[in-house]
Design a protein around this ligand. Structure first.
Ligand SMILES: C[S@@+](CC[C@H](N)C(=O)[O-])C[C@H]1O[C@@H](n2cnc3c(N)ncnc32)[C@H](O)[C@@H]1O
Length: 401
């Protein structure tokens, strides 16, 4: 156990506590490469990795080095502006968000705060990093406008559709059954990470859509105090953070949450072999978050690899399949509808009528198309008359390497 770096100890009143943390080893390739880029830039400060820092997030963010984190998840105050108690038809009190941390003098004050923390988030985000901001109809439009005004580049708005939303007790509006997550890159030029293949795999090989059906946080996952009451009114489900973190980071990446609450982001990040930095103003929440994080058992290093994107897969030229006799020279290839036949040359090129070139060039030429993925277009007939697509043979060849 060692104390957090003194560089992060705030001096202002009410902002002094920093929780001790356990020294933890990162997992995954990027962690193995050492401190993330940016950690030693400019300020000379170290990144407080795998720590929960207690204090105002704007003040704490100002102490972080620029361009140092890969992803941010922010679940800021909603500014619900609840007026009076809300009661169910049986007169029991609804457990709404009326805490001091959610109160702002007016919309102007909320907007000013939003711009302050978002500007700091943009400063600490790496050039190719992304931010997730979650909100309800009370604040999400203001968050979206602020993101765009500050230069972030919105990539998606994701609807988190709640499987078990709270009813509208007064019956004067629709049941409010979703929250919106805005996913944005640091800027328009960012070459951000999107783990497309992993998201598709998570969705049983269908492209992951922007509407997510996930239950509210209930049952044993919900943190409770000694009296059994909810410890925090807006604890987010781990399933939501699992999808967010898996979609845009790699093992060893640094995920920052400026409004950590009960520590959902940090707990999931740790489980998935990512590093985290959590900021939270309320010491009670920060303590609960730290205990929760300490109880997390990270996935073993060998279990973290997700489906690689096609471009991350090892490459093999078609000629190598010819050399190895998997598709010998002289073989006749055809498309799935058997409209065209092409002969394989010893150098891995194809000939079809007047067209000669790579599997991609000849596939494009016969279809009079601009491009063609020859691996998916050309097929080989095997005994019994069945067609096998070249992509299958490529996978076999890669497995033999
Ligand atoms: C909507 S909750 C986040 C809940 C969290 N996502 C979870 O799963 O538990 C917002 C949190 O931000 C904290 N907060 C509000 N203003 C803050 C500030 N200026 N700096 C740091 N934390 C703040 C609140 O104490 C509250 O716990």
């Amino acid at each position: 156990m060692r104390l957090a770096s003194d560089s992060f100890r705030l001096t202002g009143p009410g902002n002094t506590a920093i929780l001790p943390r356990k020294e933890r080893r990162p997992t995954g390739d990027r962690a193995a490469q050492g401190t993330p880029e940016g950690a030693k830039l400019g300020t000379g400060l170290e990144l407080p990795l795998d720590q929960v820092l207690v204090g105002d997030c704007v003040a704490l963010l100002r102490r972080l080095p620029p361009a140092s984190v890969h992803a941010i998840f922010a679940d800021p105050p909603y500014n619900l502006q609840l007026k009076g108690d809300l009661r169910r038809p049986n007169d029991s009190l609804v457990d709404g968000v009326d805490d001091a941390w959610d109160r702002f003098a007016d919309l102007g004050a909320y907007d000013a705060f939003t711009c302050e923390w978002l500007a700091e988030c943009r400063r600490v985000l790496r050039k190719d990093g992304t931010i997730w901001v979650i909100g309800s109809y009370h604040n999400v439009f203001r968050l979206g406008a602020a993101l765009q005004d500050l230069g972030f580049w919105i990539l998606n708005d994701v609807i988190w559709r709640k499987a078990n939303p709270m009813p509208n007790f007064r019956g004067r509006r629709f049941t409010n059954a979703h929250e919106t997550l805005i996913w944005a890159a640091r800027g328009e030029e960012s070459r951000y990470r999107f783990n497309y293949a992993a998201m598709k795999s998570l969705n049983e090989e269908l492209q992951m859509r922007s509407d997510w059906f996930i239950p509210l946080c209930t049952g044993p996952e919900r943190l409770r105090d000694a009296t059994g009451a909810k410890l925090h009114p807006t604890q987010k489900p781990e399933a939501l953070l699992h999808r967010v973190i898996l979609s845009c980071t790699a093992p060893g990446d640094v995920v920052l949450d400026p409004f950590l609450g009960t520590g959902t982001t940090a707990a999931v990040a740790r489980r998935l072999g990512r590093r985290f930095i959590g900021l939270e103003r309320d010491e009670r929440y920060a303590n609960a978050a730290q205990a929760r994080i300490d109880a997390v058992v990270p996935v073993a290093e060998g279990g973290l690899a997700t489906t690689p994107a096609k471009r991350e897969q090892p490459r093999i030229p078609f000629g190598a399949l010819v050399e190895r006799g998997l598709v010998p020279a002289g073989t006749v290839l055809t498309d799935r509808a058997r409209r065209w036949q092409a002969v394989v040359a010893p150098d891995g090129s194809l000939r079809c009528g007047g067209a000669q070139g790579s599997i991609h060039q000849v596939g494009a030429a016969v279809q009079e198309a601009a491009t063609c993925n020859g691996w998916a277009f050309w097929h080989l007939e095997v005994p019994g008359g069945r067609l096998r697509v070249l992509d299958e043979l490529r996978t076999e060849a890669l497995a033999q390497r």
